[in-house]
Design a protein around this ligand. Structure first.
Ligand SMILES: [Zn+2]
Length: 359
């Protein structure tokens, strides 16, 4: 069996376990909004710049939030196949499960993982090539190991001369695990999309059911574990919505203030650069096109867009990472006006209201 759909090229593991609906990429088992497509350069610029501006390294927050989120995604994945979930961790099927998880990781673009040696409950050794972000990718590995072992695991990653990483896994006893307060607090929330006021059925691939534009927007290299956005050949990932969502909440907890504005401005900076060097803005001229853009990437459902003079107001339902959406809309308005803009931003549940006008 080929691992990608013969017609559109999307990994079958993704197509079988996820649906594009209500503006989100939804995990079929849990009904939660699971993934969004995100540019790796945006992800890394965001965390580098937010860390620099807040004057604190974010690695720990990323590690804790990403780990919980990853465990959550994998529990959902295994519950799609209840039988598999039950027998998955018993030898000899254990190796099949392990392969399934590695394949899944490579399908969502986390890089190439080779398991060099691994016995359940004992030490393991893996090689990791092209992680898109070391703390975040370590978190993903740890989260999946938490599920496999049902016990916390420690990992040390050592960079090799060829730029790959050798990772050594060691299970640690439950009582030795550092269950700090932040880790527990970072447990993911349910992110169930509601049926929005406006819906949009995206034309689907006849073979696998994924929106057919996905296969032309992105290419999936399952050997390397790399997703490439075709528009400008940049690397993208299917990023867990849980993890960014809980990272944002954790910032608020740590800092006692909302960092949405900081995130919005960073996202706007990155997206403005992208608009300047690609023809993407040509495809984002009207509401329908902008809505499709968001729906395909799992960013939420644009249900209203009103232009009054210079001011444009947007309503986006099921926006689980609202600053990401707001930053992109802000950049788009600035691109159109040819100058910087101010914005009003508010959230009611998961509905984002945003209005933008030239400063
Ligand atoms: Zn297909």
């Amino acid at each position: 069996m080929r691992a990608v759909c013969e017609v559109c090229g999307v990994p079958k593991l993704i197509a079988k376990t996820h649906s594009w609906r209500d503006g989100c990429i939804v995990d079929n088992a849990s009904g939660n909004a699971n993934f969004c497509f995100y540019e790796v350069s945006f992800h890394n610029a965001l965390f580098a710049k937010v860390g620099a501006e807040l004057g604190m390294p974010l690695d720990n927050i990323i590690l804790n939030a990403g780990r919980q989120a990853s465990a959550r995604v994998i529990e959902d994945l295994l519950s799609t196949h209840p039988l598999l979930g039950k027998i998955a961790f018993k030898a000899p099927l254990y190796h099949l499960t392990q392969k399934l998880l590695v394949d899944f990781g490579m399908s969502i673009g986390i890089g190439r993982i080779e398991i060099l040696e691994h016995k359940k409950g004992k030490r393991g050794l893996l090689r990791y090539i092209d992680p898109y972000n070391l703390p975040h990718c370590t978190a993903i590995l740890l989260g999946s190991m938490d599920v496999i072992y049902d016990n916390p695991v420690a990992i040390t990653l050592r960079e090799e001369e060829d730029g790959s990483f050798l990772g050594e896994l060691k299970p640690v006893g439950k009582k030795d695990a550092v269950e700090d307060e932040a880790f527990l607090r970072l447990a993911s929330e349910d992110l169930k999309p509601r049926r929005p006021a406006v819906t949009r059925e995206l034309p689907a691939c006849k073979k696998c059911g994924v929106p057919r534009d996905i296969g032309s927007l992105y290419s999936f290299d399952l050997e390397k574990g790399i997703i490439t956005e075709q528009l400008n050949r940049e690397r993208a990932v299917l990023l867990g919505v849980y993890s960014l969502n809980s990272i944002l909440r954790e910032f608020e907890n740590e800092l006692g203030r909302d960092i949405a504005d900081l995130f919005i401005r960073k996202e706007e900076e990155s997206f403005k650069k992208k608009l300047a060097v690609t023809l993407l803005a040509e495809e984002l001229k009207d509401m329908q096109q902008i809505r499709d853009y968001c729906c395909l990437r799992g960013l939420g459902m644009l249900t209203e867009m009103v232009e009054e003079g210079d001011k444009t107001s947007f309503t986006i339902e099921n926006a689980f990472i609202p600053p990401m959406v707001a930053g992109r809309f802000l950049a788009l308005c600035e691109y159109r006006h040819g100058r910087s803009c101010g914005y009003d931003y508010s959230l009611h549940g998961n509905t984002l209201s945003l209005s933008v006008s030239p400063a």
